[in-house]
Design a protein. Structure first.
Length: 574
């Protein structure tokens, strides 16, 4: 919390112990929208008046009279129906500057809370390059994890690798069919298989290393497959079954090569984007360790499963889901839902106090069944939070670009980064609430103008660096600057904005909303540019010069700290 706001909360807490010691009431202090109303306002008197059945202005007067003396308050006013408006003196706002300089990179970072939080995000099927839709989940998840860590949480960043199941089989089949083409074996390529050029690249790797070792005749490949036109998914499943039968043990090689190539590309892409994970968790390990079977057995022992039509069903309607869900098919195979149950059981068995899943908004219907399964397992489902992220939609002019990985018609995250740069991509992705629709404006992201928010903020940081560089003095001297010389409207407004940074981090962490940091930095840049254009810094009066440079240095530090949480660089020159 900002030191100004924290000070007010302490004062009000003391006053309420005098006015209404037996009446618990929350204290909410908010910045005012107009300077004439002071710096902060509180409606606690109006809340308390309802409980005490008294006039709120009278209650407000009692609270104000009971406030302890403060060296930082200039005056306190009662306004309207019972609001209490607080006006801080100049000294209260000035004192944030040396505090920022003393704390440096740690300013805005809270003390450790001792709470272990796992943030699982991206977790895209490794069946092709990441596209611009995945990019938003990556930017949001990475920024969220950074914000939570700054707020004092012990954060683990995790990528769940879907390395088991049908999608990987489709990719392996697609790669093998392209390999057969290279050997002159032409099997009609299914329209619902993976069609991108990256599939041909993997086929070329197999061909270069093994020649015709994995070649089989087309009639064997197509044996028993229904028409692709009449039953496209059945056709695909039969081709997969035939590939496994024909290749035998060699099928694992094709499957693993496709997985390794795509997962490696994904990892490199994310690393270049500044998104790094503490753990890459394998779905396959859930089966190999027996955890899927154990989770299903546990549900069954607790009476939450039933058998119907040969399949095993989870009674998810008992937990708010729209219908019950299959966890084990008639043929004995577990469903994706079964492995998801096991995965979430594993998360809590690893000792996380809180689990945050970042999912695409199209998975919103999945929330109830996963939480229901946790409750059925005897776990506290409230410890799981699902943050939904709308996919960003990329536009070239007015034309929307399709992003289907099966068809191969997609713009990759790497292409986007190459076009607009990492900084613009990271910032633009978190410029809206995660569950709000986002149209990604390429032209704005590349513009070097005040209309481009990331450029506007980075330019403010570069201006601050430029001022300090032109001065050329020892930055350590600024810690002892006489900040009482910061008296102009612009200086006090900038100092007050800087004071709000820790609370902004706290709010962003509480609401799982890193866009608050982006908005704050844009407002801070506006205050700084206004100050820069209004004042001279390298003035003859040494005390004034050092005070202003200290304020500039404090602003530079907060720009760097905030941009760092969003994974955006803080350049010294623009």
């Amino acid at each position: 919390m900002s030191h100004l706001k924290s000070h007010l909360v302490d004062l009000l807490s003391d006053a309420l112990r005098v006015v209404a010691s037996d009446t618990p009431v929350g204290i909410e202090v908010l910045p005012t929208r107009q300077a004439t109303h002071g710096d902060f306002a509180c409606n606690v008197a109006m809340q308390l008046a309802k409980v005490l059945a008294r006039n709120p202005r009278e209650v407000a007067r009692d609270i104000v009279d009971a406030l302890p003396l403060s060296p930082w308050l200039e005056k306190v006013e009662i306004a309207g129906a019972g609001f209490i408006n607080f006006f801080f003196n100049q000294a209260a706002k000035q004192r944030i500057v040396p505090l920022i300089l003393a704390r440096g990179e740690a300013f805005g970072r809270a003390q450790p809370k001792g709470i272990k939080v796992q943030v699982e995000f991206v977790s895209a099927n490794p069946t092709g390059p990441l596209h611009v839709g995945h990019g938003r989940g990556a930017a949001y998840g990475a920024s969220l994890a950074n914000v939570l860590a700054a707020a004092g949480y012990d954060v683990t960043r995790e990528f769940y690798v879907n390395d088991a199941g049908r999608q990987m089989d489709i990719l392996a089949l697609s790669t093998w069919l392209r390999y057969l083409e290279l050997n002159g074996i032409n099997v009609p390529f299914p329209p619902n298989a993976y069609q991108g050029e990256y599939v041909r690249d993997m086929a070329r790797v197999i061909y270069a290393q093994h020649g015709d070792r994995y070649v089989h005749e087309p009639w064997h490949v197509l044996d028993g497959a229904p028409s692709a036109e009449a039953d496209p998914e059945g056709h695909l499943d039969q081709l997969i079954a035939n590939a496994k039968k024909l290749l035998g043990e060699d099928y694992a090689y094709v499957h693993d090569l496709a997985l390794t190539e795509q997962l490696g590309d994904c990892r490199n892409d994310l690393t270049e984007f500044g998104v790094v994970f503490d753990n890459w968790f394998s779905e396959k390990s859930l089966y190999e360790s027996g955890l899927v079977a154990r989770a299903i057995e546990l549900l069954q022992s607790r009476g939450h499963l039933y058998r119907q039509d040969g399949a095993l069903w989870f009674r998810s309607t008992a937990f708010g889901d729209e219908k019950d869900r299959v966890v084990q098919r008639e043929n004995g195979q577990y469903t994706y839902f079964a492995s998801d149950i096991a995965y979430h059981l594993n998360k809590f068995e690893r000792g996380f106090d809180r689990v945050i899943d970042v999912w695409g908004a199209d998975h919103h219907g999945y929330v109830a069944r996963v939480k229901g399964a946790l409750t059925a397992l005897g776990l506290d489902a409230e410890r799981l939070t699902v943050a939904l992220v709308q996919f960003a939609v990329l536009y070239r002019g007015k034309e929307r670009v399709p992003m289907s990985t099966r068809a191969g018609e997609f713009v990759t995250l790497r292409q986007l980064r190459n076009e607009v740069g990492n900084d613009a991509a990271r910032f633009f992705y978190v410029l809206r609430k995660s569950d709000q629709h986002l149209d990604f404006d390429l032209e704005l992201a590349k513009a070097q103008s005040n209309e481009n928010p990331v450029y506007y903020i980075q330019y403010a940081h570069a201006r601050a660096v430029s001022v300090l560089t032109r001065w050329g003095g020892d930055l350590a001297l600024l810690s002892d600057a006489d900040v009482s010389r910061l008296t102009s409207t612009h200086e006090l407004a900038l100092a007050k904005r800087l004071d709000a940074y820790p609370e902004t981090v706290e709010t962003a962490a509480r609401e799982l909303a890193p866009h608050h940091i982006a908005y704050y930095l844009r407002d801070l840049a506006g205050d700084f540019h206004t100050y820069y254009n209004a004042e001279q810094f390298l003035v003859e009066d040494e005390a004034v010069r050092l005070a202003r440079l200290a304020l500039v240095a404090a602003a530079r530090q907060v720009f760097a700290n905030g941009l760092g949480l969003l994974g955006v660089s803080a350049p010294a020159k623009m």
